[in-house]
Ligand binder design. Sequence first.
Ligand SMILES: [Zn+2]
Length: 176
Amino acid sequence: MGKKSYEFETRFSDIEKELEERENWIRAIHYKICSRCGERKPVSKFTIDKRNTDGRIRVCKVCRSRESLKYYYQDRERILIRVKEYQKNNKEDRRKYFQDYRKDHKEHLKKLAGKWYKKNKKEIKKRNLKYYEENKEACQVIRELWREANKEKIKKYNWEYWKLKVSLKKKGGKIC
Ligand SMILES: [Zn+2]
């Protein structure tokens, strides 16, 4: 009985030792410490790089994407600043260019806009109606503001309309 138990103990500790070794081995091969955040992570968290001795890059994926994001935003900011500067420096030129273009191509642009409107009439009306339905209150406010700003114009228009109506009535005509 005593012998058996001893044997069992040794065997068990052998197995334990073996398991521990195996675990260490797995750890050594399948885990890696990130050189940026210092965390031990499974190698799958590191991008493959054949040039490296262990076949993976030194920085984990999280740190890497964080870095590239930082670069992206820094770069983006730099580009935006450059674009703004360019626009500022060329504002007058651009404005003049578009102004001249519109002036030189007035008829052509008008024709194009008319053509486009004709072609998309239904869609435009539908879209406007949908917009109005969704923004009723805002539309009404805008309309009222417009009416207020164009009071005189509207008055004059109504007056002209009324005059026309009366003169047509005298002639026996009708206005719709
Ligand atoms: Zn990391």
